[in-house]
Design a protein around this ligand. Sequence first.
Ligand code: DSN
Length: 422
Amino acid sequence: MPNMSDQLLALLGGCDSELAKILAGERTRQETTLELIASENHVSAAVTHAAGSWMTNKYAEGYPGKRYYGGCEFHDLAENLARDRAKQLFGCKFANVQPHCGANANIAAFMAVLNPGDTVLSLPIKSGGHLSHGLKVNFSGTFYKIVDYGLDPTTERLDFDEIERLAIEHKPKLIICGYSAYSRVIDFARFRAIADMVGALLMADIAHIAGLCATGVHPSPFPHAQLVTTTTHKTLRGPRGGMIMTNDEELATKIDRKVFPGVQGGPLMHIIAAKALAFGEALQPSFKTYCQQVVKNAQALAAELQARGYRLCSGGTDNHLMLVDLRPRDADLTGADAEKWLEKAGIICNKNGIPNDPRSPVVTSGLRLGTPALTTRGLGEADMKRVGEWLDRVMGSKGDAETCTNVREEIREFCKPFPLPH
Ligand code: DSN
């Protein structure tokens, strides 16, 4: 099969050598580094090229069969295919595949069920939640009354007694579960029981764990959550985008209206075509094996880091990510320094606050590490031991220039048998 990335670069080289150089540089960067950002992945060549296809040329405001523009015959087919595959994948009755991203999906979901000023109970970003779940400077914190629930300070896990107490006290209209930096299984049934107790709706934002939920590697939010939002590009390994799902027909109508015309204009039809393709890939048995390996790899990396003196928030991981408290290894080590040093050495990750972090969000005492991208490249549990050694060597040296250069070269060599999908 021809290498389509090479073909794209050759085409660009002929018409825009400046951009061709930038794209080639990024491909080499991805190919020669270890990607440990928990929210990133490497899509298949087919998804890359569907997302870069001529489907980008079309305006298709509206929904299949009810568009505001002519010429949508194939766009209707692509969007219906994406919707049907999403429903099959998650075992639900309705999917809107148009949100451009996870935050847009959340805006539309909020607008479908809330009025400005209504109360929402959610986990704040500083404890592992997402900014669109109620951060003051975000739309969510601006237009709605947000009540925070926290994690149990000892176990660093969800504290359902406290969540129930807050729900009874504040009577929220919406309770949100699903997080950006929480490494444990989410008990959706328990959340629904609390929501029902106070007459709230339950929204699960499964942006991070979508692939795991689709394959049964993490329990499904259905039938518990009435509203399910997600991104399509993290563990689900599709193009960058968002989606909203529900089983409730009345809610489905409201969601459609809030996505378009409520929040967005023309859908990104090239991305919707790529979503259809990625959902088809995720329906294959091999995708379940992949998701199982993502978790095994995360657990292997977690064990290696613990053996080297790092503390993992909540004591470990059940999913694709871990939150590493750096202080027990070195009290002066910050997430910001570690992120910078590791990048020099070819390991890409992000600094992350840990629960009750005494340092600011731009400094932090932690790192968030995830295994979806490395697992896509074919790395296994034994490789995670090596990754843990490199992480520790760089951080243990305090970013010493020679150590970073040596590790960078070792990683460049190590990556060769693990090419990106082209
Ligand atoms: N920025 C994403 C993440 O890294 O978790 C969430 O939107």
